[in-house]
Design a protein around this ligand. Structure first.
Ligand code: ADP
Ligand code: ZN
Length: 661
């Protein structure tokens, strides 16, 4: 008891409440059990409650849902939420009902009777919120239904799906501009976590929201630690990362291909980590089961292609790992943003190597799409590569990409801030690579890939070197000062900087327009030093312990003596969730359980002041929680049940530096 200094008995009232926003604040306390609005939530809600249109750009986990849920509760009528995520509607509605909100959805997963019931509730004005998939709005029946009820607000979630250049384009979103024409008096709020200027403008235009007020939140996610490590043996590296830092945690692993999704999931399972695959090649039933297990079970890992994760609002995803390079920073930021919505320390971890660059460049060249499409794709990739190769703060680069001023001193919670990489003057090394490429082409009329170039530089008489007489070239063996791994690093960075190009289906290397200035020594080439071993994984609390980190919002790790109570509450929560068939976080979030064990409330009234405990939840679970706490008093605290398996195989060997790509 008494762990927190200022017990927030009375919610902090934010300044100058008018009638509408004091009602909004009262709803926040009563229904959601939260003490105060976050960031811009209050001004957004005020604006929409007053009838204004809004475009809300907020990172994943920023708290977008309340921005339309509270107006829907405060304004008369039903809030209609357009969301592309049919598979999640049931969970979203369950979560709202657990809060005492009258919510329903209409989509293709329902049978006729279920749908009729929701329609009747809507017409009778008995719904606070109605979720619809965008394709429903193409049906006259849906439009007729909507015109027979009273609508308080239209919320267009995942609004970036209207962007044809984006990675989540949904043609049905284009039809949403009709909402404003048909219901000119109903405010519309469009929300997204994708926020480049271009997407931003596209949303305003295509959704026909010319007078919408724009709310752009800070895109920083201080509780997420960003790390990018050199790729050696990605699966083994992943396994060590999970064992060292995320035992028993829920997380998502992204791979580029279905095949590698399958193999990675098998590999993790074989090594004692519960993992399931998720990709577009699996049948819908399997996908739904795996998604639902991820939401409902504690500590499951999903290995997925990018087809997984949009709209998943599981708050306790502790890590997002990328085994392959994402195609753009937008995609990367959305995917990593799925970690740590609850504000607790989380990790975004990626392996990246020479082959990623070659593969992605090849994909762009051989893919369909016109020249303009290719140029865009290449520009996206270049920004992503710049992030991977930077010697500066990763977070700073990400924020700058989204047009936000980064902290000049670095964030203190990314790998380059925690272990600043060394740089070296790579001009001569770059010249050696470029001259080898030039000589092959000029003297022999040949083009080769990175492997052969490295063998020539190292002076290796491999079969292929001998076959082509490459040991006769004057550049043969001029690169013995660096290791193979270092040469691969040089080539990777030259490709990333556009000083070298990849061509054709074999990924052969060629000069670019700027290579000449390096060869003539008109340009210096600073390079990042390849680390001798992969950046040692750090404790997951690095960002939150206050030491180097500035993870302002991240809660402190739980002190050991509170763990038994926390585990007991989690077990109780799992039981409740099973009985009701809902994900555990629908009962209470981890963050709420943490606050409960830290404060040890002795009465229902006191429990009601914990963040995340609203009126309905207090009535439903108050007694149950107090009983769990009471049963702990006196009982000798058991050690946590789930100690890691003793019979796991030995940890993987550290990869040899020379294997690095
Ligand atoms: P988004 O949709 O932007 O990704 P959510 O709406 O799912 O984010 O909110 C992220 C998390 O933050 C949720 O767990 C939500 O309950 C919590 N949250 C949102 N607003 C507040 C608030 N004002 N106080 C406390 N928690 C909040
Ligand atoms: Zn940083």
């Amino acid at each position: 008891m008494g762990v927190t200094g200022g017990i927030s008995e009375m919610p902090q009232v934010t300044e100058g409440p008018g009638a509408a926003d004091s009602e909004a604040l009262a709803t926040l306390h009563r229904v959601f059990g939260y003490g105060a609005f976050r960031g811009e939530q209050q001004s957004i809600i005020e604006h929409v409650v007053a009838g204004g249109d809004a475009l809300v750009l907020m990172p994943t986990g920023g708290g977008k849902s309340l921005c339309y849920q509270i107006p829907a509760l405060v304004r008369p009528g039903t809030g209609v939420v357009i969301s592309p995520l049919i598979a999640l509607m049931q969970d979203q509605v369950d979560a709202l009902r657990a809060l005492g909100v009258r919510a329903g959805f209409i989509n293709s997963t329902q049978d006729f009777d279920e749908r009729r019931m929701v329609e009747a509730e809507f017409q009778a004005g008995e719904l606070d919120l109605l979720y619809l998939a965008p394709e429903r709005l193409r049906l006259d029946a849906t439009l007729d239904l909507l015109s027979r009820g009273k609508i308080s607000v239209f919320a267009i979630d995942e609004a970036h799906c209207v962007s044809q250049w984006g990675h989540d384009f949904r043609p049905d979103y284009l039809a949403l501009s009709l909402l404003g024409e048909r219901w000119p008096d109903v405010p519309r709020i469009a929300l997204t976590a994708t926020a480049t200027r271009a997407t931003h403008e596209e949303i305003t235009q295509r959704l026909n929201l010319p007078t919408a007020r724009h709310f752009v939140a800070s895109f920083d996610r201080p509780n997420i630690q960003y790390r990018i490590v050199p790729k050696a043996d990605p699966r083994k590296q992943l396994l060590s990362f999970l064992r060292e830092e995320h035992t028993g945690d829920a997380g998502i692993v992204y791979c580029l291909s279905r095949n590698s999704v399958e193999r990675t999931a098998e590999f993790l399972t074989a090594n004692g980590i519960q993992a399931v695959p998720y990709h577009a090649g699996l049948d819908a039933g399997t996908r739904a089961t795996h998604q639902s297990r991820f939401l409902r079970e504690d500590g499951l890992v999903v290995v997925a292609t990018i087809a997984f994760g949009m709209g998943i609002d599981k708050p306790d995803v502790r890590f997002v790992a990328h085994l392959d390079l994402p195609k753009s920073i937008e995609g990367y930021y959305q995917e990593t943003g799925r970690a740590g919505r609850d504000g607790l320390p989380s990790t975004a971890w990626m392996t990246y190597g020479l082959n990623d660059v070659i593969q992605q460049r090849k994909l762009i060249q051989s893919g369909d799409g016109d020249e303009a499409f290719r140029r865009r794709a290449a520009a996206h990739l270049d920004s992503m590569l710049a992030l991977c190769e930077t010697a500066q703060c990763r977070r700073g680069q990400l924020l700058a990409y989204f047009g936000q001023d980064p902290d000049a001193t670095g964030c203190g919670n990314c790998d380059t801030c925690l272990t600043p990489p060394e740089t070296w003057d790579g001009t001569i090394a770059a010249q050696k690579v470029l001259s080898t490429v030039v000589r092959l082409q000029r003297e022999r009329g040949q083009k080769f890939g990175a492997l052969q170039i490295v063998d020539i530089l190292l002076g290796k008489r491999t079969g292929k070197v001998i076959q082509f007489d490459h040991d006769q070239l004057s550049v043969f063996g001029i690169g013995q000062d660096l290791t193979e791994g270092e040469w691969r690093g040089v080539i990777r960075q030259l490709l990333a900087q556009g000083l070298l190009a990849v061509e054709g289906e074999y990924g052969t290397l060629a000069l670019t327009g700027t290579s000449g200035s390096v060869l003539r020594r008109e340009q210096e080439v600073p390079l990042r030093k390849e680390p001798k071993k992969p950046a040692a994984s750090r404790s997951r609390s690095a960002g939150a312990s206050g030491g180097a980190g500035k993870a302002k919002e991240a809660a402190a790790e739980l002190p050991g003596e509170l763990l038994p109570a926390f585990e007991a509450l989690r077990a109780w929560r799992a039981e409740q969730a099973r009985e009701q068939g809902v994900p555990a976080y629908v009962i209470f979030h981890d963050a709420t359980l943490r606050e409960i064990v830290a404060r040890r409330p002795g009465s229902v009234r006191e429990l009601g002041t914990v963040s995340g405990v609203g009126e309905k939840k207090l009535a439903t679970y108050g007694e149950g929680v107090l009983q769990v706490l009471a049963s702990l008093d006196g009982a000798a605290p058991d050690a946590a049940d789930d100690v890691p398996d003793a019979d796991w195989p030995e940890p993987a060997d550290e990869p040899e530096p020379d294997d690095w790509i």
